[in-house]
Design a binder for this molecule. Structure first.
Ligand code: 0X9
Ligand code: ZN
Length: 422
């Protein structure tokens, strides 16, 4: 009992120290509880200065009273940030103090054949992923084909993998894209894991066999290769692509604000330095154009659209670009409710579900809303694990669990939709 008491006291002491007015020698991620409008203004201010990076929500525009904010604070700004928060009585705890260590863990041994973890339980550099695409198409020429759909701003190829079981006339299709946002590493990891899972389980597992025989699956493993590369080489926290414009020294457009769905209205920014910058015009970015052109030319066959993001554990559907209700809202709600319930039942983990604007925030110009408006009536954005324990720095050991949860939700929704459209 006394030992337990001691541990509790020490733990509280730890929290006190971590929230106390002392600067840190490490980069940190803070979880900040914003209670009042005045505090919201203070946190907004901090989040656009001192080289901090907002993890959640995606933009200071969304910081309001009664909300939780996750903020990355570099070591040399820690003193001033903690000081400002305390001066305005803003409660906060330290979520992560070991970001350097976590980043090292995410990038370590990515190709070491001696490590115990499989290829799909590690994160991979962009070069590795291109190599994997090559290898996978060569080893499974009957099931996987690579289609070049365009190139990125820095001229990197954008490959879509077409995964098929039996060939059939007038086969319907589904689309999955990963890696729209550069720092959300679990997303490309999911696309790779998913392809391998399908290849391993085709003709072994009924759901996978039926899915591949009924639908062609188009998978874009990394929609934002320039941004992804940049997170591996220069800045782990980068979100946007890497395009530049003459009149600003800031680079990057948020590809999930660049689609033609109420483009650049409330919830996006027209400032190139902002994380949710919408670009110069709808589809101004080559990555957006490539995806939009491909889907436009396949709109008769593509019935399901999935966009994979992280983090916060949500299954979202249109609309995010307005508060309007989707025409098949009830159907989409039921599909996501059922998927979330299955995750809860099998993995004891909670996912929120609902239309984007109500469940997360108003965010125009997103790919899911655009695909929906194009006529793809089953359009979803998944926000994978976790809820902020590690955020974007999810350790490799948690990849498999995150992917299994997303797969379960995807299978559940796809089974439901296949019954409706057959
Ligand atoms: O803000 C986003 O683009 C997504 N959240 S994230 O934290 N991954 O950045 C949510 C996208 C929801 N859908 C649309 N906004 N259309
Ligand atoms: Zn995202």
């Amino acid at each position: 009992m006394r030992v337990l008491l001691m541990v509790v006291v020490l733990m509280n002491f730890g929290i006190f120290f971590r929230t106390g007015n002392c600067s840190s020698t490490h980069d940190q991620v803070l979880s900040i509880t914003v209670s009042t409008q005045e505090q919201a203004d203070v946190v907004k201010n901090i989040s656009s200065q001192y080289e901090t990076v907002l993890w959640q929500p995606a933009s200071p525009l969304y910081i309001k009273a009664d909300s939780e904010v996750h903020l990355f604070v570099p070591a040399n700004s820690s003193g001033i940030v903690q000081d400002l928060l305390q001066r305005h009585h803003v409660t906060h705890i330290v979520l992560l103090t070991n970001t350097e260590e976590l980043i090292e863990m995410q990038t370590r041994n990515s190709t070491d054949p001696r490590s115990n973890w499989s290829y799909y339980e590690k994160y991979h550099s962009l070069e590795d992923i291109y190599h994997w695409i090559n290898k996978t198409t060569q080893e499974h020429p009957d099931k996987v084909k690579a289609i070049l759909i365009g190139s990125s701003y820095e001229k990197r190829p954008l490959y879509v993998l077409k995964l098929s079981g039996e060939e059939k006339a007038e086969k319907k299709a589904m689309w999955i894209d990963c890696g729209i946002h550069a720092r959300e590493w679990i997303s490309p990891a999911f696309c790779l894991w998913f392809v391998q899972h399908c290849l391993d389980h085709y003709k072994q597992n009924q759901d996978i066999t039926q899915m591949l025989n009924t639908l062609d699956i188009y998978i874009l493993p990394v929609m934002n290769p320039d941004g992804y590369k940049y997170t591996w080489t220069t800045n782990r926290m980068w979100r946007k692509n890497r395009s530049s414009r003459k009149d600003s020294y800031c680079l990057g457009t948020d590809l999930n604000r660049n689609f033609d769905a109420n483009w650049c209205t409330e919830g996006a920014s027209n400032q190139p330095c902002d994380e949710t910058y919408c670009g110069q015009f709808p589809e101004s970015e080559p990555e957006t154009q490539a995806v939009a052109n491909f889907l436009r030319s396949h709109k008769e066959s593509v019935k399901l659209y999935f966009s994979i993001h992280s983090y916060s554990q949500m299954l979202l559907f249109p609309y995010s670009c307005s508060h309007d209700e989707a025409q098949n809202h009830d159907e989409l709600l039921e599909l996501t409710r059922e998927a979330a319930m299955k995750i809860k039942r099998y993995y004891r983990n909670s996912y929120r579900y609902g239309p984007g604007a109500k469940t997360i925030y108003l965010a125009p110009g997103g790919s899911d809303d655009w695909a929906y408006k194009l006529g793809i009536s089953y359009s979803f954005t998944f926000e994978l694990q976790d809820r902020g324990r590690y955020g974007f720095l999810l350790p490799p050991s948690l990849i498999s669990r995150a992917c299994n949860e997303a797969l379960l939700a995807m299978k559940s929704i796809t089974n439901g939709v296949m019954k409706k459209i057959q």
